[in-house]
Design a protein around this ligand. Sequence first.
Ligand code: SIN
Length: 463
Amino acid sequence: MTDYFSVKNPATGDLIQEVKINTEEEINLALKKGHDSFKKWSKINAHERSRLLQKWSKKINENKEEIAKVMTMENGKPLSESLGEVDYSTSYIDWYAEEAKRIYGRTIPANTESKRILVTKQPIGLVAAITPWNFPAAMMARKAAPALAAGCTFIVKPAVETPLTTIKFIELAHEAGIPEGVIQYVNGRGSMIGDLFSNSDYVRKITFTGSTPVGKELIRNSADTIKHVTMELGGHAPLIVAADADIDYAVKQTVGTKFRNAGQTCVCANRLIVHESILDEFTEKFVAEVKKLKVGNGLDEGTTVGPIINEKGFNKIVAQIKDAKEKGAEVVLGDKYDANQEKGYFFVHPTVLKNVNTDMIIMHEETFGPVAPITSFKTIEEAVELANSTPYGLAAYFFTTDYRTGTYLHDHLDFGIIGWNDGGPSAAHAPFGGMKESGLGREGGIEGIEPYLETKYMSIGGI
Ligand code: SIN
């Protein structure tokens, strides 16, 4: 009997589509197909792989409106953000279409006259990816593009909440001429597919974007077959506003980073740490700007904050706000909800909390929701200590017009991505990734293709 799971619109709870759950046998066959296809794909000329990636990017662009609409329906994000995500995704494909042609080796001067040492790179093999619901297109594209550019084959399991965007992307890859065995998708329960991926001898690399606990499990399960791993895991981004910051500018950038995708990103500012001398002014201006946001169905004109993806996510946000209030936080804005458990939609209105302290859960755990807790600091050293007091190390932001404060913060913050007067540092040409429990490896930039390559050297003797 064929099993299906339902993809529902988180803004309305309405059914969008039933998606077939792949059986264990089908998944193992797909892994074999990916493995078998590697022999041919890895030998295709890099310029030809580059051309195919360019064709894929073009096809996605031609279908941009349709893809964005599907993405908004399954994820809930405003249509403008979905359109932006399609562009963000193709920027990775375009970047790696170019990088495919720049997989260089080198020669090393040997220690005797009679030898030469030659270093070359080769693709590692079949790559298995597990991607999240918060960026259904971009997280897949920034894994698939470098994998294919390097000469690897690729199989992805998208999130059960948002498989439709991924399916469309992969259909377009096939239409662009990328062979079916080279890029594939499978659908089903994460733990079952994660186990099949990590136990398979065909898979040489696992790349995952998602929670830290799942990432740790995938790393553990990949140990027996010594797979390569890239892990983009949780975050708990601090955002520091120094006394000398341009406050109006900082407010606008903070709203951008905090409420993107209704706060459901790993790089969202999660803790606003503001100098005590400007705390009142910043809070007042921030609240005025947040009030302009419009909560609603992402397909409706003017919506800037969509729904929370599911009830579990909603309950976590509500519990964090409740805990903060019980421990003394003051609600300056929000703490308002529009939820219907029976229909299956859950909205949280943008919420601003002040007087928060480190006893509160929100100061330690990722919120993944439109909630901005504000605390203050006296000295920059104190701000750094607070910012770094987390096992996470993905993104951090700070606003200052003083280059000494800026350089100090850059040097002392233990985070892989830093935005200095920049609430949107993500870019295809930059190495996205985290320190500590936020992950392993980097995606994007020249660094992003390396994890898909093996280094090999040959010593030539008797010359
Ligand atoms: C994420 O939050 O998972 C990715 C966000 C980005 O690429 O900017």
